[in-house]
Design a protein around this ligand. Structure first.
Ligand code: HEC
Ligand code: HEC
Length: 345
């Protein structure tokens, strides 16, 4: 189906030693990060008795979890891919109670570019069927480098190439949050690829370390918008594929058709071309596309034939400021003329 991070897939060489090295660096940094969180509290409060320190630690942990939830649900769409979806409703919202259990199926019938059948994994803290027994470093490696705990390479439908650009602190917040999901016992079937992963994606995609990654300042709306767009995988659905590879000379020009079975839908042209893209949309018009999905009524709008695979409900939970940044970034893309028919026959 959806996210197609062939995007940043380059050829990488697996170096086990490097991984071990990064894992150690990561653990040291993670320890520093959490210590820093704790210290922040005590610095801002001269009265460092242990009670107020405990409250401050709780406060900063709450903030980390709330931020992790915001990113995992509304921007990076982790929960949207790793849960069951209800396509009798508009944009297939997550079925409540299935958050993180995985098993969502993505296959060749839905999108030509998928060479087989792939299921999202169980990322709840269930230790038998989920990732309850994984360390933070192992989860981070899966999310940003596409390598499972057992060393297998994940198919890049899991957008680890995108997540490899994320700030380390944002990634750690997401990991902290997914550890608070309700553990669900759900054994996910193995993927079936029509070709070996080594041929589909030569040399397992070891992505660079994320240790030095920081987010651009939110005040730089174009750069921050670009950061959000990469995290949200907009390009994976909106950049057209040519022979199974994204055609970046037509970045975000739309035109990929998704066939969910009950409906077919083609991704929109998001370039600033004024005739066929969103060049003539005002910021208000752009924001409105998301705002109308913010409340429950937006779930049942024409849910039959005219549906979408875009997790627009989840994205509509982005803050107004974040959505404005996304709009600002899209406005800087090269305009591409490409007339898209949203609902093909
Ligand atoms: C576009 C859908 C999609 C999105 C978005 C997505 N994932 Fe995944 N994820 C997958 C799929 C599919 C797999 C399994 C790939 C395979 O089997 O090769 C996977 C695998 C994983 C794994 C490996 C688990 C295991 O048992 O091997 C982890 C951990 C994970 N995802 C976490 C996340 C997190 C955290 C996010 C958000 C930051 C996220 N995913 C976003 C689709 C997605
Ligand atoms: C899973 C694939 C997918 C992802 C991810 C995705 N989109 Fe879409 N998008 C679509 C499809 C399909 C359509 C056409 C159907 C519709 O209107 O939802 C679309 C339509 C749109 C439209 C046009 C709506 C209209 O009324 O013409 C906008 C704007 C848009 N997407 C923005 C975004 C942005 C911004 C992101 C990233 C934050 C994004 N999309 C991520 C698949 C996706």
């Amino acid at each position: 189906m959806e996210s197609f991070p062939y995007t940043f897939i380059k050829t990488y060489i697996i170096m086990k030693k490097t991984i071990a090295f990064y894992a150690i660096i990561f653990m040291v940094l993670a320890a520093t990060f959490f210590t820093a969180c704790n210290n922040n509290g005590s610095q801002s409060n001269k009265n460092t008795d242990s009670e107020s320190q405990a409250i401050n630690t709780q406060d900063s942990m709450k903030k980390v979890l709330a931020w992790g939830e915001y990113l995992a649900v509304h921007v990076a769409a982790c929960i949207h891919c790793h849960s069951q979806r209800d396509f009798t409703k508009y944009s297939g919202p997550v079925v409540p109670g299935t958050e993180g259990e995985g098993g969502q199926k993505f296959d060749h019938n839905e999108l030509d570019a998928i060479p087989g059948t792939i299921y999202s994994k169980n990322i709840t803290p269930d230790s038998a069927t989920g990732i309850g027994s994984w360390t933070d470093a192992e989860i981070l490696r899966a999310i940003t480098q596409g390598i499972r705990k057992n060393g297998d390479t994940l198919f890049p439908l899991m957008p680890y190439a995108n997540f490899n650009h994320m700030a380390k602190s944002d990634l750690l917040s997401i990991i902290a949050y997914i550890r608070t999901l309700k553990p669900i016992k759900n054994e996910v079937p193995e993927r079936q690829l029509m070709i070996p992963i080594s041929i589909a994606y030569p040399a397992p995609a070891l992505q660079p370390s994320v240790d030095g990654n920081v987010a651009p300042p939110e005040t730089d709306s174009v750069k921050y918008g670009g950061y959000l767009v990469a995290m949200a995988g907009c390009s994976d659905c909106h950049t057209p594929y040519a022979k199974g590879q994204p055609d970046f000379s037509r970045m975000m020009a739309g035109g990929n058709t998704f066939n969910v079975g009950t409906f077919k839908v083609t991704s929109a042209n998001l370039t600033p071309d004024s005739a066929t893209g969103i060049g003539s949309w005002t910021e208000t018009a752009f924001l409105e596309k998301f705002y109308i999905r913010r409340d429950e009524k937006g779930y049942n709008y024409n849910p039959g034939k005219q549906n979408t695979v875009m997790p627009v409900h989840d994205f509509s939970g982005m803050t107004d400021g974040d959505l404005k940044s996304v709009y600002a970034f899209l406005g800087t893309l090269k305009p591409v003329k490409n007339l898209v028919v949203k609902y093909p026959k």
